[in-house]
Design a protein around this ligand. Structure first.
Ligand SMILES: NC(=O)C1=CN([C@@H]2O[C@H](COP(=O)(O)OP(=O)(O)OC[C@H]3O[C@@H](n4cnc5c(N)ncnc54)[C@H](OP(=O)(O)O)[C@@H]3O)[C@@H](O)[C@H]2O)C=CC1
Ligand SMILES: CC(=O)[C@@H](O)[C@H](O)COP(=O)(O)O
Ligand SMILES: [Mn+2]
Length: 381
């Protein structure tokens, strides 16, 4: 029996991880779950999963309501350290890191310190942790399995390894988002309700906006760079509107291995939760190639989608934390209706100029830099 913790269980990835766990009760026990503020959904999931530990990380979360709604005795973790305490509570074999944003970084660090395997959905923490986290993974020998669909696909193409010594290029596919065929001017002034309509995936709001700006692909290029140690110039983005090919590996001899699968996050989630076993996936409908018929591939347009070009620049200039923090802040403002869509790439670019040249040397310095970038973005709004 594998004892797992799901951090961010109330979110899109977290709830799908709970679905996968519940499909395999004889193999997976969920011992701990966390949410930020949504105590109603948290209690509902905890009641089904019977997790021994229930963590709440939001300062204003209603703990009394949570206690009232829980129909069994669970230990409740709360307060500023709740997320990191949740990483070790009940000695899990694996932590599913599916919280949102850089808030996941201290939890990631905690898992690495304790050599607890991580199923990583939270790309922002790897993008911000960068070389420091990369080194910690290597030095501790901790297993960090990709949950992000493209990185899970790459891992499968690499025969469940992280070794890219015989790889020429990593090809990361992108749906292109809802604005794939829009003009630059239309994209720059895109209304929120259109940005929230992803053509293929149903996801949380922040990543849905990232997909529309292609910042998600930018973050995924950085994620692949740090996860597989691949130089940025050998990571290519390929627009593939059907989202059936989840990514590809081009080998030294020119042959290419692609991973395909249903457009359903429960595929990569199950791969990680049961790893190295591969069992049927009762939650997911298999692909029907007769119905799919045609697959398309296009080159991304970095002019209409400057967030993608900025991501490659961020790797070169070691400003990946700055990119991410500015993006998180900008997307929150766009979601609140305070800024236009084009302000997202402008705020990222301005922040990279302002903070370029400063390279944080510890995780604490990264978290400080994050605060500084957010404060700076605040002055530009
Ligand atoms: N959704 C998807 O299909 C995919 C998502 N990812 C990545 O997975 C991560 C989660 O995405 P998604 O599930 O869509 O996001 P959601 O917004 O749906 O869920 C976010 C989860 O994190 C919790 N949370 C939010 N803020 C904080 C915080 N400051 N501290 C601790 N917990 C917090 C939320 O709690 P509460 O509900 O209480 O607010 C919720 O449980 C992101 O990094 C995303 O990029 C990667 C690939 C695919
Ligand atoms: C499901 C997943 O992994 C998302 O990151 C997805 O890839 C987003 O779609 P885009 O390709 O539009 O960014
Ligand atoms: Mn992805």
């Amino acid at each position: 029996m594998r004892n797992i913790t799901i951090l961010g269980v109330t979110g899109s990835v977290g709830q799908q991880a709970a679905d996968v766990a519940r499909a395999y009760p004889e193999r997976i026990h969920v011992g701990c779950v966390s949410a930020h503020n949504d105590v109603r959904t948290l209690a509902g999931l905890a009641n089904k999963l019977r997790a021994e530990y229930v963590a709440v990380t939001g300062a204003g979360a209603d703990l009394e309501l949570l206690k009232e709604l829980l129909d069994y005795d669970a230990e409740i973790l709360s307060g500023p350290e709740a997320l990191t305490r949740a990483c070790t509570a009940g000695n899990p074999d694996m932590v599913v890191l599916s919280v949102l944003g850089i808030a996941g970084l201290p939890a990631f660090e905690e898992c690495l310190k304790h050599k607890i395997a991580v199923a990583l959905a939270n790309k922002e923490s790897l993008v911000c942790g960068g070389k420091l986290v990369q080194r910690m993974i290597r030095e501790t020998g901790t297993l960090v399995l990709p949950v992000d669909s493209e990185h899970s696909a790459l891992f499968q193409c690499l025969n469940n390894r992280f070794d890219v010594s015989e790889v020429q290029k990593l090809w990361i596919t992108a749906s292109g988002g809802p604005f794939l065929h829009w003009s630059k001017d239309e994209i720059d002034h895109a209304p929120l309700e259109r940005a929230l309509k992803h053509p293929r995936w149903s996801m949380g709001q922040k990543i849905t906006i990232d997909s529309a700006s292609l910042a998600n692909k930018g973050l995924e290029v950085m994620e692949a760079h740090f996860m597989y140690g691949m130089p940025a110039e050998r990571i290519k983005v390929l627009v593939h509107p059907q989202s059936i090919v989840h990514s590809m590996v081009e080998w030294r001899d020119g042959s290419v291995t692609a991973q395909m699968g249903p457009v359903d996050m429960r595929m990569p989630i199950q791969k990680s939760l049961l790893f190295p076993e591969m069992l049927e996936n009762p939650c997911v409908k298999p692909l029907n190639f007769y119905e799919i018929g045609r697959l398309e591939f296009l080159e991304p347009d970095m002019e209409r989608f400057p967030c993608l070009a900025l991501a490659f620049e961020a790797i070169d200039t070691e400003t990946t934390t700055v990119y991410n923090s500015a993006n998180e802040e900008a997307v929150a403002s766009y979601l609140a209706g305070d800024i236009e869509f084009h302000r997202i790439y402008e705020l990222i670019g301005d922040s990279m100029k302002k903070f370029g040249g400063y390279i944080p040397q510890t995780i604490s310095e990264i978290l400080e830099l994050d605060k500084d970038v957010r404060a700076y973005v605040g002055t530009l709004l």
